[in-house]
Design a binder for this molecule. Structure first.
Ligand code: 3AT
Ligand code: MG
Length: 339
């Protein structure tokens, strides 16, 4: 049974598919970009191994989860045994090492939820964030990458959504909107709910991959090459999906009642998760469960004002896709902060 919101789409929506696909192609990082990124990783490895010969370097975030554009930064995690030193002491030492090796704008940001060293690479100009032993991020990077290999429409949808969010000013966690990571999870959740489904729920399948990170079990089915045809029954085009995505977040999702969960491939009630009362700064106005750290709400930074902004933006996008003559342009019009 198709519900009301699935059948309202304009009949000429598919005339926009070529435009959206061209846009997706233009956002994908070039081969040159990937080569430069690898060179940065190589020179970083060299610098780090002088001081910490046993450290392992992992790429995470969009440079490794396949959702990166040519504008994405490079996120690196160093895995190392820590003796009596604190993470902050190691980061300060790392900052010194990188300065000596002539990386630019090296800065230790130690007050953040995840402390990092930020710097830029003089060769490529890329900005790079380095954290220590944040292996949950390494695990969720692999999960996203594996989902991306099942149905190519996930990558297309997520690139367009991330691009839209950046231009519309709703991809800024420090301002109370959502991270890129949250948007990708929203896309996965949405595709898990299509009928027929475009994506499965990997964590609900046989666990062929397991990693234990400080007591948190990260486990799911990762033999995704076996799932190449999973989404074949679903024939929706990228234009239809993009419309339905914004329509879902504008009119269908029940913000007051539900938490989205990629882990179970559906929504769960806030009650069931005990995310009803405001605890500290967690207001739970838009609930997005982290697939592994299940008590972590990725919408925790959303407040009364930004939930309104987000929902207005979802509505605006759905309306443009429904009625506008040229949604490939109007959807991505940069938000004007002056007015
Ligand atoms: P950009 O292309 O850089 O915008 P990204 O995928 O690198 O997108 P972020 O910069 O938001 O995304 O985050 C980098 C990675 O850090 C992505 C994810 O593996 C991890 N991460 C980000 N936010 C959280 C979070 N709140 N909880 C757990 N992991 C997170
Ligand atoms: Mg990033």
């Amino acid at each position: 049974r198709t519900s009301r919101w699935q059948v309202e789409c304009r009949h000429d929506i598919d005339t926009f598919t070529p435009g959206f696909l061209a846009m997706y192609e233009s956002l994908k990082p070039s081969e040159e970009h990937k080569t430069k990124q690898q060179q940065l990783v190589d020179s970083l490895t060299k610098s780090v191994s002088k001081e910490w010969p046993d450290a392992r370097l992992h790429l995470y975030g969009s440079s490794a989860n396949s959702f990166g554009t040519s504008h994405s930064d490079v996120d690196v995690c160093l895995e190392m045994e820590i003796g009596t030193e604190s993470t902050v002491e190691i980061l300060l030492k790392l900052a010194d090492v990188l300065r000596t090796d002539s990386f630019d704008n090296v800065e230790a940001i130690t007050g953040a939820r995840v402390p990092i060293v930020r710097m830029s690479d003089p060769e490529s100009g890329f900005s790079c964030d380095i954290c220590i032993n944040n292996l949950l991020a390494v695990a969720n990077t692999k999960l996203l990458k594996d989902y991306a290999q099942i149905d190519q429409r996930l990558l297309q949808l997520a690139f367009l959504v991330k691009h839209w969010a950046k231009l519309r000013g709703v991809n800024e966690t420090y301002r109370g909107t959502l991270s890129s990571y949250a948007y990708v999870l929203m896309c996965i959740h949405f595709l898990q709910l299509r009928e027929p489904k475009s994506l499965p729920c990997l964590q609900a399948m046989e666990h062929t991959y397991t990693m234990n990170v400080h007591g948190t079990e990260c486990a799911y089915f990762d033999k995704v090459h076996q799932l190449q045809d999973f989404g074949a029954e679903n024939k929706e085009s990228i234009a239809e999906l993009l419309w339905a995505f914004f329509h879902y977040w504008a009119f269908h999702h029940n913000y007051k009642r539900d938490v989205i969960s990629v882990r179970i491939g559906n929504t769960i009630s806030r009650k069931q998760k005990n995310w009803t009362a405001r605890i500290g700064n967690d207001r739970h106005l838009m609930c997005i469960e982290d697939p592994f750290e299940t008590d972590h709400d990725l919408g925790r930074g959303v407040d009364r004002q930004t939930i309104r902004i987000l929902r207005e933006e979802f509505e605006r996008a759905a309306t443009m896709l429904q009625y506008d003559d040229d949604p490939c342009v109007t959807l991505f019009e940069p938000y004007d902060y002056e007015n």
